[in-house]
Design a protein around this ligand. Sequence first.
Ligand SMILES: NC(=O)c1ccc[n+]([C@@H]2O[C@H](COP(=O)([O-])OP(=O)(O)OC[C@H]3O[C@@H](n4cnc5c(N)ncnc54)[C@H](OP(=O)(O)O)[C@@H]3O)[C@@H](O)[C@H]2O)c1
Length: 332
Amino acid sequence: MSHFEPKPERYDLMKYNRCGNSGLMLPALSLGLWHNFGKIDDFKNARKIVCKAFDHGVTHFDLANNYGPPPGSAEKTFGKILKKDLKSYRDEIIVSSKAGYTMWPGPYGDWGSKKYLVSSLDQSLKRMRLDYVDIFYHHRPDPNTPLEETMGALDLIVRQGKALYVGISNYNPEQTAAASKMLKSMGTPFIIHQARYSMFDRTVEGGLLDVVEKEEIGCIAFSPLAQGLLTNKYLGGIPEGSRAASHRGNGAIEEDQISGEKIEKVRQLNEIAEGRGQSLAQMALAWVLHDKRITSVILGVSKSKQLMDSLECLNGPEFSKKELKAIQGILG
Ligand SMILES: NC(=O)c1ccc[n+]([C@@H]2O[C@H](COP(=O)([O-])OP(=O)(O)OC[C@H]3O[C@@H](n4cnc5c(N)ncnc54)[C@H](OP(=O)(O)O)[C@@H]3O)[C@@H](O)[C@H]2O)c1
């Protein structure tokens, strides 16, 4: 790829949703860089995916300090792509990063202390060659640090001008309500919760979505395809090059999570998707977005072909009551 020139019509190709009651609009489909953007991955492929996404109206790129491998390298890759291709588009892009998982040795490189969060974001900014991120998240709740300290760190980061908005991820409904109360009392722009949500993991329906609605914050869904399980890729076994075949640890899907019972459900869901004229990936993404409390879903892709397939989910038919009932019946 030589010089990158995005399509002028890119914003007509995407739907943008307001994030809670904030001024920020996010694309219905965002791009996540957890896998496939590390130092061990092919830079050309990474660059192609990011540029293709931007070219199709995907304005939001989701990172974290620990994405790689090795940790930190996805931010470096993204920084390189920003510099090469997207430098003049910084004001058209929403970049998020996070801290909360193990990042460096010793007592200050993990969890939720002010020391960790502030230093980690400084490191992330250097890796991405940015002055600020648009959204900074606390990546997971820390049972041993007072919530006041972690939320105070998020507030400080905004006041330092290093993030415009803040969010939390993997917090349960009670923790979310408490965090929201604290951040609101400090006047911190807390606008978003990042939570796992897919046909195969519906935990958020048990209270979290009610809390985000009540608190008027957005919700962005991660692993909407259950890491690839909600596609047709595992119907005939585990293909070479797939995430399940590459065993990368850090919570990545492994062979034993791809059980006969799950695959049977995938097969049945795939039939419904075919009946709708969609790929299963498209139907699974549309299903998550079908709940109006979901601001955006974060796509993870290993190839630009997958990105193009997934983006088409916005152009599929609405779900009929019959389809939703049949899906519910399969999911149980
Ligand atoms: N906050 C958190 O704690 C947290 C945790 C996890 C993820 N996240 C965020 O969410 C993002 C997405 O998570 P995820 O990667 O697990 O998402 P996912 O959409 O559930 O899974 C992505 C995988 O599905 C497969 N795939 C995607 N589109 C496809 C298509 N159209 N057809 C066939 N296969 C397709 C690819 O698998 P192959 O690689 O096998 O080709 C891809 O790597 C991450 O990058 C990260 O930004 C956040």
